[in-house]
Ligand binder design. Sequence first.
Ligand SMILES: [Zn+2]
Length: 157
Amino acid sequence: MKKLGDGCCVLRFYPVLYVITGGGLLKNGRHYGFDELNLVIVGLALLASFLFRPYGLIVSALLLGWALFRALSTKMEKRASELLWMKNHLRGLKSTLIGTGYRLRLWFRNLLGKIRYHRQYKTFKCKTCGQKLRVPRGKGKIRVTCRNCHTQFSMKS
Ligand SMILES: [Zn+2]
């Protein structure tokens, strides 16, 4: 059994990273510091270190290195444009998710409606003309008149 707790290294590293970069020590205006993109990167690093062992640790180390690089960077505009890029993509992702959720809800409501309809009505075709007809369920043996060709027949509902 593999030991747990590899991800805890990342967890321990996170406040360190924050303190070094955004939380004070480097708040002299020369370094870019800690932003939301770095938060996402650190989050991904955390996820990788927990989920994809053993290579996840390498991946998370690379990601943390990237976050550290961004935080220590002095090229403000470049880092800021990276942040903007991520925010735009997150917005796209969000609207996609909302759209998918809406479609799923619609599909589910449709399905529920179909089930309810099926439980209330029995649908069949007229034996003479093929007209689609429906009768309410649970009424016992009933006489049906086709509304197209007016053929009468009896059936169990
Ligand atoms: Zn008919």
